[in-house]
Design a binder for this molecule. Structure first.
Ligand code: PLP
Length: 419
């Protein structure tokens, strides 16, 4: 295996190449192959950026046709046919059936670009500077997003001050008995609390990087009510939990939220092509023309693949398949929790955004390594990296899911036998 160019020339910052020491070359659906021809089931899926699997035929075929047709690839924010078609299908297949009405902003192509735009707009709209963000949140790697993230190492990156963030406890933090929504309601209503009114509350409905912590529907609706009562905008960072990961298109549908601003990226293009959007309640869209910009706001190949992905959500067979796979996955994980009580503390997450909270970080490291040796890509998350993150493609076949789970089962077994 030749990894010399990486070790000799790529920055020391590289991470996943170290944790998955193979050189990958080919992928289809839930399977990825290294150059020696070894297959791996992919429960990592680009950290949630490949929810529809690798090279999904429904998504890639229109992209191939688009590429050979002398079509436009980059257009900043000019009007193009591909962009018009994406907007139409997003409105018709995603927003309208859910009774949602949003303006669509196209920021730069990454998740953190979307969050920065959302935070800037919320501050501009309210004229306030601070933002409330939660314990264990992750929002990205640029300064505004870093500031609202929870992790110590993340926040301190960049070595400059992070102002204007009010840290508040997420649902069930620090324990089940503390009512964090009530706490937030109190401090916002109390002129003596010492906490200024923020422009927005930014949250993830499932904290993927934070350890697959889930917020309940009741807590989320209460946070939305609090936002409305106090005139604070609600921003849902649906970058990893959205675009189908929890089993529905938006992760907040189960709680019937209507956030003021929603950020989508990661799996939004359906293909791994970089793409993000900010959904803005129409009355909040007070941007002046050209006030916010970015070169790569017009990735037309992503418009084509994202449109194909959105169309899939109008297909009942597809949505029923995703729901069924989510139930299967949860059942598999319940079985693992029952089988390995000495290793696994609890099941975490929701739908296909699942995890296993383990009793030791070292144990998770061993499970990861053994799983990799046996042909499974899986990652860990959480402040102590003791949560196994189980993120199969939402389109995974039953056979591939069973196979991946069997490898995971064996890896946990081996780890249990070692202890
Ligand atoms: C990945 C992620 C981001 C950042 O997206 P990038 O494309 O890496 O900038 C922000 N929020 C959440 C919840 C994420 O999972």
């Amino acid at each position: 295996m030749n990894t010399d160019p990486f070790t000799a020339h790529e920055s020391n910052v590289r991470r996943y190449g170290r944790s998955f020491p193979a050189v990958f070359t080919k992928a289809q659906g839930a399977t990825i192959w290294d150059e020696a021809g070894n297959p791996y089931i992919d429960f990592f899926v680009g950290s949630g950026a490949l929810n529809y699997g690798h090279n999904n035929k429904n998504i890639i075929t229109p992209a191939i046709e688009y590429l050979v047709g002398e079509n436009i690839l980059l257009s900043l924010d000019m009007y193009t046919v591909a962009k018009r078609e994406f907007i139409e299908v997003f409105v018709d297949s995603i927003l309208k059936p859910r009774g949602l009405s949003y303006k669509i902003q196209f920021p730069g192509p990454t998740g953190t670009n979307a969050n920065e735009a959302a935070l800037a707009l919320a501050r501009k709209y309210t004229g306030r500077s601070s933002v409330m963000a939660f314990t264990n949140a992750f929002h990205g790697m640029s300064l505004g997003s870093l500031a609202v993230s929870g992790s110590e190492s993340t926040r301190e990156l960049g070595g400059v001050a992070r102002h204007d963030v009010i840290r508040v406890p997420y649902d069930s933090y620090p324990n089940q008995t503390f009512d964090s929504a009530n706490y937030i309601d109190c401090v916002l209503g109390d002129p003596g609390s010492g906490i200024e009114k923020p422009a927005a509350i930014i949250l993830e409905t499932v904290q993927a990087e934070g350890g697959l912590n889930t917020a309940s529907a009741a807590w989320l609706t209460e946070i939305q009510r609090i936002c409305r009562t106090h005139g604070v905008l609600l921003i849902v960072d649906d970058i990893q939990a959205g675009a189908g990961r929890t089993g529905e298109f938006f992760s907040f549908e189960f709680a019937k939220l209507e956030p003021d601003i929603v950020c989508l990226s990661k799996s939004l293009s359906g293909s791994g092509s970089p793409f993000s959007i900010v959904l803005i309640r129409p009355e909040i869209d007070i941007w002046k023309p050209g006030e916010h910009s970015g070169t790569f706001r017009g990735n037309n190949l992503a418009f084509v693949t994202a449109g194909a992905m959105c169309r899939m959500w109008s297909d009942r067979e597809f949505t029923a398949g995703v729901e069924r796979t989510a139930v299967n996955l949860q059942r598999h994980l319940d079985r693992l929790v029952a089988k390995f009580p000495e290793c696994i503390e609890q099941k975490r997450g929701r739908g296909l955004m699942a995890g296993l909270k383990c009793r030791s970080r070292a144990g998770v490291g061993r499970v990861h390594d053994v799983a990799f040796e046996n042909g499974l890509l899986i990652e860990s998350s959480g402040p102590n990296r003791d949560v196994i993150k189980v993120l199969p493609p939402i389109t995974i076949t039953d056979d591939e899911l069973d196979h991946g789970i069997a490898i995971l089962d064996r890896a946990i077994q081996e780890q249990a036998d070692d202890d």
